[in-house]
Write a protein that binds this ligand. Sequence first.
Ligand code: PEP
Ligand code: CO
Length: 462
Amino acid sequence: MMAAPQEQQLGTPASSRDWSPASWQRKPAAQQPVYPDAEALQRVLAQLARLPPLVTSWEIENLKQQLAEATCGERFMLQGGDCSESFDDCESSAIASKLKILLQMSLVLVQGGKKRVIRLGRFAGQYAKPRSSDSETRDGVRLPSYRGDMINRTGFTPEERTPDPELLLRAYERSGLTINFIRSLIEGGFADLHHPEYWELAFVANSPHASEYKRMVDTIGESLRFMETLTGCVLADINRVDFFTSHEGLHLYYEQAQARQVPRRTGWYNLSTHFPWIGDRTRALDGAHIEYFRGIANPVGVKIGPSITPDEALAIADTLNPRNEPGRLTFIHRFGAAHVEECLPPIAETMQRKGRSILWCCDPMHGNSETTRSGFKTRRFEKILFELETSYRILKACGTHLGGVHFELTGDNVTECIGGASGVTEADLAGEYRSQLDPRLNYEQAMEMALLLARLMARNPH
Ligand code: PEP
Ligand code: CO
C-alpha cells in the first residue's frame, strides 16, 4: 500500500528539507507588523542576532525530556502568566509575584496529581500579540492596532501606534532582565520546597482557601522531613525547582534573529525562550509560522481552537514532529466550554489512532472570553473550570490524558474574571481591571482553580 503523503516525511529532519531561519519569508506570514523604515528594522535585527542568548540548548533539552515524561503521564505541566507582558511591569515585585503564584499552584498540583510538575512561565518574552483587526478607529481616526510592547505603544496617536523596531531591542533586554532576576531568586533558594513561606503573597491569609493551602504545605513539609530522616541527608534535588520560559513565537523577524547553532549539537535552537508556541490564528499549515517552527529543535506548542480539523491537526503534527518524538509537540487546546465536547474528541481520537505523540494541554481561557454590557472583556470562572474538567474526562475516555494546563493569571488582586469563591461580580470588574488585553485569573481565582484541579486529579488518577 502507498504511504500517505504525510507519512513519507516521517523521519526526515527539517534541515534536509530546505529549511533555514529565513525560509519562512517565502510563505504567507499572518499578523506581522508593517515597519515604515525597512532599513531601521534590518539594523535592529542585525544587533539582535549578535546579542547573547537568554537560554541554553541544554536547558531546552532538559525541558523537552520533562515534557516527554509528561506525555507519558509521569509529569504534569503548568503554564501561566500574563496575556501580554508590559515593559512597565518589568519590576521586582511583579516578577516575584508571578513566580510565587506559579510555585504555589504547582505545589497544590503535586499534592493532587502525585507527580512532578513542570513550571512554564508565560514570561521573559511574551511581548507580541495577534489582533483580530490590523487597525483601530476612534472618533473617525484610524490607526494601527496595538500589537504588544515589542511592536508599538498603547497610546492612541500616530507616533505611538507606528511599529518601532527599537522596541524589539527593548523587549529582548527586558526579557533578559526578567530571566536574570528569576534565575537569581531560584539560585538564592526562593523556590526551596523547605521554605514555602517565601512564596506567600501579601493577601494569602485572607483567602477563603488559605487553610486548605496551609494544610497542603504542612503535608509537604512533613514528607520532606520524613524522607530526610529516612535517608539521613538533605534532599538537595528537591530543594530546587526548575522554571522554564515560554512565549508566543509570533513576530517572525524577531524569532529568526534568535535561531542559533550551538557547538557540539546539530540543528538550530531558538535561544530566546525554552518553549515557543504558535497561536491559533497563525497555525496555517502552509504559513510562515509552521515553516519557521519546523526547523527549530525546541519543544514547541500549537494552540488549537474550534476551526481545526483532525486532518489539519495530523498534518501539523507530521510537519512539526516528523520523527514523532515525545516532548517535541504540545497541543494547547482552547475550544471553549461551548465547543470542547464537540471539538476535542475527534482530534484526540485521530492522534491516538495514528499513534502520534502529543502532550495535551488545556487552555481554558481563550475560548471563554466575552464582553459585558459595560464593555469589559471578561471570562467566567465556572466556564473555565467546566472546560478544564471536561477536557480531563474526554482525554481519559480517548485513552490518553490531560498532561498540562495553560492559564492567564496574575499574583495580583485584580478584578478581570468573574466568579470563584471570593465572588467577583460583573459590577466589580471596574474596580481593579488592569490588563491591556485579555482578562486574567487573580490570585485567589488561580489558587482555587489549582485546588479544584488537584481534587479532580486525586479522585481520578490516570
Ligand atoms: C494567547 O495565548 O494570548 C492567545 C492569543 O491565544 P490563542 O492563540 O489561543 O488565541
Ligand atoms: Co490572551
